[in-house]
Unconditional design. Structure first.
Length: 57
């Protein structure tokens, strides 16, 4: 049994891996990758770092 799906599916496009990595966010304050997307009161989208509590839009 392969260790990953890429070992199982030989023709998996490399763009699938690149796209996953491109959508990751880092906290601009502490650099942590533990970021949650939240919906604001007026419908805007904001982000909050679950490691340090910093929030931004």
């Amino acid at each position: 049994m392969p260790a990953s799906i890429r070992g199982e599916v030989h023709d998996l496009p490399a763009v699938a891996v690149t796209r996953r990595n491109a959508t990751l966010l880092d906290c601009p304050y502490c650099g942590s990758a533990h970021v949650a997307q939240v919906l604001g009161d007026n419908g805007g989208i904001s982000y909050v770092c679950t490691a340090c509590g910093h929030s931004w839009s």
